[in-house]
Design a binder for this molecule. Structure first.
Ligand SMILES: [Zn+2]
Length: 254
């Protein structure tokens, strides 16, 4: 394919060969946010378009706000890999992937640039409008693949996106003392925590034991919704924030 018309009018086109059809007639109803995790934007763009990499994304957003579309929204880009949300696997078939240029935790993890975030917001508003994607399905890669991925990371400004009408968010409860749960604990409070995480969408089993997987999922939750401290410990602030987030879901979802 030599090219296609951009689905988003503000995007330049650079075609990636790394895509296929969405399976089982699935349509995009999730947006997955990533960071590129490479030293420069152009190197990430080249990698996402290199047949050898077998990865791609629908969009790439540069620091200055320039947007490149690499895969048509109607096609399945290869950005999410293994993962689940609300019990559903094959995230690639049901999502649109946005790679935000940032070298990530391996290279100092700088702040996201304001112009870049403005561009991400405009792009997301356009996509969610065209595909009727609900706010609570604008997610981090780390939400769907908590054991493998930590992007776009705790610096991604979810609160700012939410203020602009993108994504689901409540102001995190302040960190203070009080009872908390961590690895090794068992019992009803752990079961309740796992149930709330699973109800929100995270892939965690309800076992009543706070195991390593639970810790990883709690950290993923914090990275998105309580970014001030990402430690995998379900402190009171974490649990309260999760509780309020669930309460803020539309009734037909929760
Ligand atoms: Zn990612």
């Amino acid at each position: 394919m030599s090219g296609f018309l951009a689905d988003y009018t503000g995007a330049e086109i650079r075609v990636s060969p790394n895509f296929g059809p969405r399976r089982d007639g699935m349509r995009p109803d999730i947006i997955i946010m990533h960071y590129t995790g490479m030293q420069t934007g152009p190197s990430a763009e080249a990698w996402l378009c290199d047949p050898v990499s077998e990865v791609s994304s629908h969009y790439l957003v540069y620091e200055d706000g320039a947007i490149v579309q690499m895969v048509r929204e109607s096609d399945r880009a290869w950005h999410a890999g293994r993962g689940t949300w609300r019990g559903r696997a094959d995230i690639n078939s049901s999502s649109i992937g946005i790679e935000v240029v940032n070298p990530g935790h391996s290279y100092g993890y700088p702040d996201f640039a304001p112009a870049q975030i403005d561009a991400v917001i405009a792009l997301c508003r356009d996509i969610t409008g065209r595909h009727s994607i609900v706010p609570e399905r604008v997610l981090a890669h780390s939400d769907t693949a908590p054991g493998r991925k930590i992007d776009p990371g705790e610096k991604f400004p979810w609160a700012q996106l939410h203020a602009a009408g993108v994504g689901h968010y409540v102001d995190p409860s302040p960190i203070h003392g009080g009872r908390f749960l961590s690895v090794g604990e068992r019992g009803e409070p752990v079961e309740a925590l796992q149930s709330m995480l699973a109800l929100y969408g995270y892939g965690v089993e309800i076992t009543g034991t706070f195991d390593q997987t639970t810790e990883i999922v709690v950290a993923a939750f914090q990275r998105h919704f309580r970014p001030e401290r990402v430690d995998g410990v379900a402190d009171r602030s974490t649990i309260e924030t999760l509780h309020r987030l669930l309460a803020a879901l539309p009734p037909d979802v929760a």
